[in-house]
Design a protein around this ligand. Structure first.
Ligand SMILES: Cc1ncc(COP(=O)(O)O)c(C=O)c1O
Length: 280
């Protein structure tokens, strides 16, 4: 695997980062994950805009020709279906002082790992999820590498026999441990609004576009816990998982416990969107 580190491409075995890096010491950095289908990055500009937002919010002053670097990384890794991971940390500083150092060189790292996109909707089985208290910080719009709260919430779900955690704050659904959440109730599609309490998913926006194009009614309103518990369908969405149907919530079936019709409808459109991207 070829990776990019601070200005050069190299085999992953040769990539080395200082133990004094503030990413390592403080989790002081941001990241992006961009899905690549048949060598083509999906919604690249949107991912780069969100990266810029994360960089701005964390006072990381970095200018790179990201699109060119990503294209080179994809080519060096043979194209195909990849997940591009991009991370910027504040860089190495021996003082280990919380306050931002005056002169410091950010660490820029990128890798591309193979991933298996959804292809056949008939083989999708749906997942189990549990609700957990959203106890993360209040700046969730930043795609921060400081993911320990998300890690612990996902672990809590796994220990309860589920594959994902649906996060609830003040009685309403924010998002999942590493995905956005959609709740379908009485043919209306609900998802939390873009604010500081969620990461504005690129997949979330695409799904909302597909929902609208399908003529379905939708509201950017955080679903209440009781709406979630009485949902007709629940989906979690992210760049590498696309749209995942939740068929069991807190040990009880979601509606009849089967994948719902709106999921098939919107997921088919998602596959068409991918095919159009690949066809160029
Ligand atoms: C907390 C959180 N919310 C939402 C998402 C979905 O974002 P995207 O659709 O851009 O992958 C992610 C993706 O990693 C995430 O970590």
């Amino acid at each position: 695997m070829a990776v990019y580190l601070n200005g050069a491409f190299m085999p992953v075995e040769e990539a080395q980062v200082s133990v004094l890096d503030r990413g390592f010491l403080f989790g002081d950095g941001v990241y992006e994950v961009i899905p690549v289908y048949a060598g083509k990055p999906m919604r690249l500009q949107e991912h780069l805009q969100r990266l810029q937002q994360s960089l701005n919010a964390t006072h990381l002053d970095v200018t790179e020709d990201w699109a060119v670097l990503i294209a080179d990384l994809i080519e060096l890794n043979g194209g195909g279906d990849l997940s591009v991971y991009l991370q910027v940390t504040r860089g190495a500083d021996a003082r280990r002082d919380h306050a931002l150092p005056e002169s410091i060189f950010p660490t820029i790292f990128m890798m591309a790992t193979p991933f298996t996109p959804v292809q056949d909707l008939e083989v999708v089985t749906g997942i189990k999820a549990v609700t957990v208290e959203d106890n993360r910080w209040l700046r969730c719009f930043i795609k921060s590498i400081c993911l320990q709260p998300n890690v612990l919430l996902k672990q809590q779900a796994n220990e309860a026999g589920a594959q994902d955690a649906i996060l609830v704050r003040d009685g309403v659904v924010t998002e999942a441990a590493a995905a956005n959440v959609f709740v379908i109730k009485d043919k209306v599609v609900y998802t939390a609004p873009k604010n500081d309490l969620i990461l504005a998913g690129i997949t979330r926006d695409l799904v909302l576009e597909l929902v609208r194009d399908a003529g379905l009614e939708y509201r950017e309103e955080a679903p209440s816990l009781s709406m979630l518990e009485n949902a007709n369908e629940i989906w979690v969405t992210s760049s590498t998982r696309e749209i995942v149907p939740v068929i069991e919530l807190d040990g009880k079936p979601v509606a009849n416990g089967k994948i719902g019709p709106l999921w098939y409808n919107v997921m088919q459109q998602y596959q068409v969107f991918k095919q159009q991207l690949i066809a160029g």
